[in-house]
Design a protein around this ligand. Structure first.
Ligand code: OGA
Ligand code: FE2
Length: 535
């Protein structure tokens, strides 16, 4: 079964449920809570070490004080002092044994316990890649949710329970990570923020000269020579001997002089530049739509259409299991039709599903079309696991519920996929179905294309994390205990392109979903095909 799923994912270029050696902490809160506990244990161990070190110092101090008094008396009248035979004996004993014991005490290493704890735990610590991943997630959130750098740095986010802010050094670190990604736009924002916080008097080990060095380069890379020059001048005021800055200064002046010259002779290049700028603005319109929908802006539905969205009690077309206890159903959208079921999975069921999935969660990977290797991708940042109906009555009960309420056969469906998105976790716009030019998609599964998607929300999300449909302008917000359902294919079997959708990055909190992809086989009489292609 696992093999089949890997293969169909390969063919699709979709996620691959492979587990990697490293766990990529930043992609899921599930794994990060383990780190919080590890850190708590380490603090306990560190405190034990401090106590041991303090009691050692206390003993040494007592000895020193005792000897201080003794030697003071002895040196005042050495002969008289040694005239007492006990004193003579004790001097021998002290020098022969006690000082040696003290030496051993001074040399005694109290850090063993703490260090061995550290060594064990360090194996599970995040690495550079995790740190970079977490930083990139912050930058992604900043873009998607239009957050200005200062707001983010002061931690003024909607819905946060535990306020937290960034130091000048943290901002510098973020800027450096953006810089190594050649992302000069964010380099500038974060270096400027670091500088601002230092200018406001924040005490920090971050160095203005270093910050200005990065900042001026990022500004130069974005084409603002005048600003780059001003920043370099500021750097040189702090460090007149700075070699690179002196070199850059000369270079900037040379370029600016050359540009002035060129401007005089022609305006062609300017026009060209404008043209590319216009192109840049038109570029990736989907991305902008996606981000707007994530922010909850720009819903396109007219009031007339909105009035035709209803809520109702639904009995699964007189399904015996639901006639006496129908479920609440709401229309989320009309075209494509997206419905939401309320109170459709209980808190206990959610806990069971999460517990079953947790040990198996692994970073979703994709197939790099160029190298042919498995790799992680920024467009799918989450952790997921697959659960079979055979392993738990709860999973099996959930599968039956989906079958009863959709009227579709679940025996041809994929297993239940559980996904956890940490802060910054997202899945950029995609289709769940295999397109015409991917004829091998799901071939191994042998049950046809993904006819429909059922998506359970297993948590609320404090901010962000909507499921959005950029083609039609729909934002569906996670609500714990609910599920949404839509058809990916028309009854003709043709893919419905209006179902293109995405999971917005989580801004604050943590998002758990599980989904069931229902396939075409088995639905021939449940949802007969039509002759018209796009209905
Ligand atoms: C998916 C998907 C949406 C979401 O996993 O294919 O589209 O909101 N998920 O998690
Ligand atoms: Fe999807």
């Amino acid at each position: 079964m696992a093999f089949r799923k890997v293969w169909c994912a390969l063919a699709l270029g979709f996620l691959l449920p492979f587990s990697c050696a490293h766990t990529d902490f930043f992609t899921s809160i599930g794994h990060m809570t383990d780190l919080i506990n590890t850190e708590k244990d380490l603090v306990v161990s560190l405190k034990d070490y401090i106590k041991a070190e303090e009691s050692k110092l206390e003993q040494i101090k007592k000895w020193a004080e005792k000897l201080d008094q003794l030697t003071a008396t002895a040196t005042k009248d050495p002969e008289g002092f040694l005239g007492h035979p006990v004193n003579a004996f004790k001097l021998m004993k002290r020098l022969n044994t006690e000082w040696g014991e003290l030496e051993s005490l001074v040399l005694k290493d109290m850090s063993d316990g703490f260090i061995s704890n550290m060594t064990i735990q360090r194996q599970f610590f995040p690495n550079d890649e995790d740190q970079t991943g977490a930083a990139k997630a912050l930058l992604r959130l900043q873009d998607t949710y239009n957050l200005d750098t200062d707001t983010l740095s002061r931690g003024n986010l909607p819905g946060v329970k535990h306020k937290s802010f960034l130091t000048a050094e943290d901002c510098f670190e973020l800027g450096k990570i953006a810089y190594t990604e050649a992302d000069y736009y964010h380099t500038e924002l974060w270096m400027e923020q670091a500088l601002k916080q230092l200018d406001e008097g924040e005490v920090s080990s971050a160095d203005k000269v270093y910050i200005l060095d990065y900042l001026s380069y990022a500004v130069y890379q974005q084409g603002d020579l005048a600003k780059a020059t001003a920043l370099t001048r500021r750097l040189l005021e702090l460090d007149p001997e700075h070699q690179r800055a002196n070199g850059n200064m000369k270079y900037f002046e040379y370029i600016m002089a050359k540009e002035k010259e060129a401007n005089k002779s022609s305006t062609d290049s300017e026009e060209q530049e404008k043209e590319t700028e216009v192109k840049k603005k038109d570029y990736l319109p989907e991305r902008r739509k996606y981000e707007m929908l994530c922010r909850g802006e720009g819903l396109k539905m007219t009031p007339r259409r909105q009035k035709r969205l209803f809520c109702r009690y639904y009995d699964g077309n007189r399904n015996p299991r639901y006639i006496l206890g129908p479920v609440k159903q709401e229309d989320e959208w009309d075209k494509p039709r997206i419905v939401r079921f309320l109170d459709i999975i209980s808190d206990e069921e959610i806990e069971t599903v999460k517990e079953l999935a947790k040990p198996r969660l692994s970073r979703a990977t994709v197939h790099d079309p160029e190298t042919g290797k498995l790799t992680t991708a920024h467009y799918r940042v989450s952790k997921s696991a697959w659960l079979s109906g055979y392993e738990s009555p709860v999973v099996s009960r959930i599968n039956t519920r989906i079958q009863d309420l959709t009227g579709l056969d679940v025996s041809t469906a994929e297993e239940l996929q559980v996904a956890n998105y940490g802060v910054g976790g997202q899945y950029e716009p995609h289709f769940d179905f295999g397109r015409k030019d991917e004829p091998d998609a799901f071939k191994e599964l042998g049950t046809g294309n993904r006819i429909a998607t059922w998506l359970f929300y297993m948590s609320d999300v404090s901010a962000g994390g909507a499921t959005v449909f950029p083609e039609v302008g729909a934002s569906v917000w996670p609500r714990k205990g609910t599920a949404v359902f839509w058809y990916n294919l028309f009854p003709s079997g043709e893919g419905d392109y209006s179902t293109r959708h995405a999971a917005c990055p989580v801004l604050v909190g943590n998002k758990w979903v599980s989904n069931k992809w229902l396939h075409e086989r088995g639905q021939e009489f449940r949802r007969p095909c039509t002759l018209s292609e796009l209905e």
